[in-house]
Structure formats: C-alpha cells, structure tokens
Design a protein around this ligand. Structure first.
Ligand code: AMP
Length: 298
C-alpha cells in the first residue's frame, strides 16, 4: 500500500496506475486491441473514498465496494477545515493515522492520500462553491451555515486531483450525498457517485467517528435513534402517511434533544405520502451533548 503525503506523490501514483494499465497513452480502441492480444487490462478504473479518518466499519464498507468495482482503490484522510464552523470540533476531531493506515492495509487499499491543509488550500482567497440553497440551507445546513460549501470545495479538489471513475459515499450522510450528486450533475463531472448503505454496530447504532465521544450512558441513550429508524421502517409496511411515520419515529426519540425528524423527498422537500425510491427519514439528535445523525431511505 502506498502512502501519498502530498499532491506530487498522488499525481505520480496516478500516472503509474494509468501507465500500468495502458490507458491514456493510446486510444481506447488501440488499448482494447492490445489488451486482447496481450491479455492486459484496457479500461482500468480508480475507485475513490474520501474520509476524515478515524476509520470504522462504515468507511471500510466503501473500501470493499470500491475494491469489487475498480482496479485501484484510493482513500483520502483529511480533516477538512472549511467544513467545520468556528465552534465545532475541528481541533478535537479524532486523528488516528497509524491505526487508520493499518486498517487500510488489512483491507487491501492500494493507496492512502494524506495531504496537509497547505497542500489542499492556497493562502490566497480561493474560489468557493455554493450549493443550491434548497438542498444546503436546511437540516445539517441550517445549523452549519457554510458546511456544505466546504464539503463541495474539498471534494471537487480531490476529484480533480485523483480523477476517479467512481467515488464512494455513505448514505449515512444523506444530505451530503444528495448535494454531491447534484454538483456532479450540474458541473458535468465525469465520474459516478456511488451511495452505499449505512453500516451499524451490533446494537444498531450507525457507525460514526464521533461515536467515540459517547460514554456508556450516552451510548445506551443513543440507541433510541436506531430504534426510531426501525420502528419507522416496520410501520412503513402498512402506513405511507409521512406525518404519522414521523410521529412513530419521534415517539422512540422521547428524552433526546431532537434537532429534526422529518420525511422528505430527494430534493429535501417535505412530502405527505411516502413512496419507496424517493423518500428519506432524516434524524439528528443530541445525546449528552454529542450530535448524531441517522436516516432511512425508503
Ligand atoms: P467521514 O470520515 O465521516 O467524512 O465519512 C467518510 C465517508 O464514510 C462518507 O461518505 C460517509 O457517509 C461514510 N460513512 C460514515 N459512516 C458510515 C456508516 N456508518 N455507514 C456507511 N458509510 C458511512
């Protein structure tokens, strides 16, 4: 596994992947012919997983999927300052690089990109990206005003450096996934965004790097969140009224400080009737001061 500590190392790695696989030096038709005659690959693909580190089973599920679908898998670890507000946990966000690298090695990641902040951002005022307000000023964006702008900025930089064919994101961060898909579509970016299911621990809590902030009491209280998700999922087999389903979820969340518990469509507009394939239950709640998010894609 290669550890790429700056842009130059990343670009060298990428060029090597391309060379090895005989693409970009010849056209695809020639590559195909050459591949057929020499049994070399001609359409090598790079799968990319952006992360902020403190890796867990959720991240590793994205690695697994990428490895299945691509010739090369690269994961970045970068705690992105521009997506944190001034009073958020940027400084105390868990940083566990050596452990993360071990997990990546075990899981067969080909390369890990760990740039510095100076590598990713210039000192001058930079071009910024503003996501559509309808998607970004609500839910997570309502309390974290420039969060999604910071996410898009760094994700676009990574896409442009790595130029993957496929990039893997968790459905856990539902709003982020929808906003990134919208950017890719609006800016005609040439890659696929693959949304992957939420990975949960043995008690059902959605895995998150921030779960390390939960002590035992908080952890047990937090389990109301997956209970709310499950109750809603079960109720959806016989109920499609969105308000009723929200009420069923809210009942399980009693005692938590709920920021939101809402059923919306993929444009994040409120809906009355839940239809499979275009509805999500979004939950954010604070448990002993730790803010957790979870969701259900109907
Ligand atoms: P983060 O390191 O928190 O920025 O997350 C990196 C990627 O992992 C994002 O696409 C997340 O949505 C995804 N992810 C985080 N937790 C989970 C989980 N429990 N299940 C699936 N994907 C996850």
């Amino acid at each position: 596994m290669e550890i790429l500590r700056n842009k130059e190392e990343l670009l060298r790695w990428r060029a090597e992947c391309v060379k090895y696989n005989n693409i970009e030096f010849t056209n695809i038709a020639e590559s195909k012919l050459s591949a057929e005659s020499t049994s070399m690959k001609y359409n090598a693909s790079i799968g990319y997983i952006p992360t902020m580190g403190a890796l867990h089973g959720g991240h590793l599920s994205l690695v697994k999927r990428s490895k299945k679908e691509n010739d090369f898998t690269i994961l970045s670890i970068f705690v992105n300052p521009t997506q944190f507000g001034i009073n958020e946990d940027f400084d105390k966000y868990p940083r566990l690089l050596e452990k993360d690298l071990d997990l990546c090695r075990i899981d067969g990641v080909d390369a890990v990109f760990v740039p510095s902040v100076d590598d990713m951002y210039s000192k001058d005022e930079e071009t910024i990206l503003v996501p559509p307000s309808g998607l970004s000023n609500v839910f997570e964006g309502a309390i974290r005003s420039s969060h999604f702008s910071g996410v898009l900025r760094v994700v676009l930089k990574f896409f442009n450096l790595i130029r993957p064919q496929n990039a893997y994101f968790g459905q856990k961060d539902a709003q982020q996934l929808l906003i990134i898909k919208k950017m890719v579509s609006d800016l005609f970016l040439n890659l696929n965004i693959v949304g992957c299911p939420i990975v949960r621990d043995c008690n059902g809590l959605a895995m998150s790097s921030r779960n390390v902030y939960l002590d035992e009491v908080a952890y047990n209280r937090a389990l109301s969140i997956p209970r709310a998700v499950n109750a809603t999922k079960e109720a959806f087999t016989s109920i499609s009224d969105a308000r009723l389903l929200e009420a069923i979820a809210m009942e399980e969340l009693t005692g938590l400080e709920v920021d939101y518990c809402s059923i919306v469509d993929y444009n994040l507009n409120s809906i009355d009737k839940v239809l499979a394939g275009n509805a999500i239950l979004l939950i954010a709640a604070r448990v002993c001061g730790v803010r957790l998010i979870d969701n259900l894609w109907f």
